[in-house]
Design a protein around this ligand. Structure first.
Ligand code: GLY
Length: 568
């Protein structure tokens, strides 16, 4: 029996899906998440999951529930839930067809490659992360309407009604929220030049409403998507932004469109994994890492053991090095997706790995291709009674985005422009280094790490999973999948298990503090790995839904946040 499972010891024995005999020995697990028969929503807030479920109970499907849940997160989780940001949807319909929707923010028409550099070509600190110049053209309203227009069953007013009620009545502030409002209070005051409604006077247990947001949602419910992009709301938004020095215009809003994309789909053992394509790096990196690690006997290693960590970390380094060089907005650059995800290329990429010693990151710049052909984001997963499944990750980028709060409309604006590489070779706020492929250009979408992912097993829907966490998103999703598939964890255990992360540069394994034993750390250091247990107290906050062998659904709502699964 493996280390982690032993420590969890066990009152109830569950039998979950596993791919061989040896794994079934590891399945004596308690600590299941919520189990339901028919449908489920897992999100960062209980109220948002409940609103999504309410819509499903009214006869809505996953796409109706998406609109409701996403807007309810904007009300109850202003840290990342949003109208002023963007996101990605990956779906699998009951008939097995799959697709992806890109509602990522775009650079304004007046944006330029050097807009965050001073006269000496150096990055001006803070310019791409805080205030109006950090804001990309928001995509969220376009995204939820595009998904609804194609697949939704209920009318928009019915869907938004409970969200407006929530905004009017208010929600109860959690401990984590109260402490964030306190921590961000001074920067909110600086950026907005006044106190905003989310401030340090708010305590755990207080109920706060957002009448301005309820009114904005009412106008959108009545007039539709264009209210945000061309109507009164859009005009107020642009006036506000321009008053604060933004270069975003009415033309930027009017031209914004969400785009259907072909998702990235690949095999791992008997799993078919479908994840987000560019402008997210999530799907390609996940594909690269999983293909590189597949030949190793992961289930034969202990969970989070030395060998397991080495294999994952070495694959992660190589994938993130490629990410930084090759990936960006597919509408602007050619990405050699086929080659980057081919078995031949990836076998070669990992071929110099040895268990004896860490591969030095300097020797690992992007792989050569011949014949060139969040941290603070939020994820929710929904399975509806019709058998449709979605995975959605949405973001303002940093916590509360640019910190710019539009009080009249009731929402924060993103700072997604920081996800571009302001200067090739310079790290962004996640320490990610970008190249020309992700340089700023008018109307270009900035590269993302968001990895909403749908997994099938034997042709049937099996899991929906995703997470916030900036650059750590991809590796957190990876570990959640492997925890279930390789180690037989329940969905809840898979999202709760300690995580680690490597992103090529900086050359360090980020490990959740107080989660890995000292001996393991010493062994890793002896092999040449640098360990950082302080940089990030939280690596991802994964939410997922897993189909159990008897067809019921298990929700995994990450213990690290206020995340909650609700279903029936
Ligand atoms: N802003 C975080 C991401 O898109 O990856």
């Amino acid at each position: 029996m493996r280390i982690l499972l032993r420590s969890l010891l066990l009152t109830i024995v569950f039998l979950a899906g596993c791919k061989n005999e040896r794994k079934s020995e590891k399945l004596q697990i308690s600590n299941r998440g919520l189990i339901t028969k028919t449908a489920m929503v897992v999100s960062a807030r209980e109220e948002a999951s409940k609103v999504g479920v309410e819509i499903l109970k009214k006869g809505g499907n996953a796409f109706d529930a998406m609109m409701a849940t996403e807007m309810a997160l904007a009300v109850t989780y202003p840290y990342a839930g949003n109208l002023g940001g963007g996101g990605f949807l990956v779906y699998r319909l009951a008939d097995g067809s799959k697709g992806a929707l890109d509602y990522r923010e775009k650079a304004p028409i007046a944006a330029s490659k050097e807009m965050y550099l001073d006269e000496n070509g150096n990055v001006i600190k803070g310019k791409s992360t805080v205030g109006s110049l950090a804001v990309g053209v928001p995509g969220t309203i376009a995204g939820i309407f595009k998904a609804h227009e194609r697949f939704g069953l209920l009318d928009v007013k019915t869907i938004l009604q409970p969200v407006m009620e929530l905004a009017n009545k208010g929600f109860v502030v959690t401990e984590q929220q109260a402490s964030r409002f306190k921590n961000y209070d001074s920067i909110f005051k600086v950026v907005n030049e006044k106190e905003i409604p989310f401030n340090k006077s708010i305590k755990k247990g207080d109920t706060i409403n957002n009448i301005a947001l309820a009114n904005t949602l009412e106008r959108i419910a009545n007039a539709g998507r264009d209210e945000f992009y061309k109507g009164e709301t859009g005009k107020k938004l642009v006036n506000f932004l321009q008053d604060h020095g933004s270069i975003i215009t009415l033309e930027d809003l009017a031209k914004y469109e969400a785009v259907w994309r072909q998702p990235i789909t690949f095999q791992y053992d008997d799993l078919t994994i479908t994840s987000m394509s560019p402008p997210s790096s999530g799907g390609i990196c996940l594909n690269q890492i999983m293909t590189m690690v597949e030949p190793f006997d992961l289930s034969g290693y202990d969970h989070n053991s030395l060998k397991f960590i080495q294999v994952l970390v070495e694959a992660e380094k190589r994938a993130y090095a490629d990410r930084s060089y090759y990936l960006g907005d597919p509408d602007f650059i050619d990405i050699p997706i086929e080659t980057l995800t081919s078995n031949v290329y990836l076998e070669n990429r990992i071929s110099d790995f040895s268990f004896d010693r860490a591969t030095h990151v300097d020797s690992l710049s992007h792989g050569q291709i011949l014949g060139y052909e969040s941290e603070e984001t939020t994820h929710y997963s929904i399975v509806d009674p019709f058998g449709n499944a979605i995975a959605v990750t949405t973001t303002l980028n940093g916590g509360y985005g640019s910190k710019l709060y539009l009080e009249e409309l009731g929402f924060f604006l993103n700072n997604e422009m920081d996800d571009f590489s302001s200067k090739p070779g310079e790290p962004n706020s996640y320490g990610l280094i970008g190249a020309e492929a992700n340089s700023i250009a008018p109307e270009k979408r900035m590269l993302s790490s968001m990895t909403p992912t749908i997994i099938e097993k034997d042709g049937d829907f099996y899991m929906s999973v995703g997470t916030p966490g900036g650059s750590t998103i991809i590796t957190s999703v990876l570990q959640a999948i492997l925890n279930v598939h390789e180690f037989g964890f329940t969905m809840q255990q898979a999202v709760d298990a300690p995580r680690f992360h490597h992103q090529w540069r900086p050359d360090e394994i980020r490990m959740e503090p107080n989660s890995f034993n000292e001996q393991l750390i010493m062994h890793l250091e002896a092999k040449g790995y640098k360990i950082n247990q302080t940089r990030s107290p939280v690596i991802g906050k994964v939410d997922g839904i897993l189909v159990l062998e008897d067809g019921r659904l298990e929700g995994g709502a990450d213990r690290r946040g206020d995340d909650t699964a609700v279903g029936f």
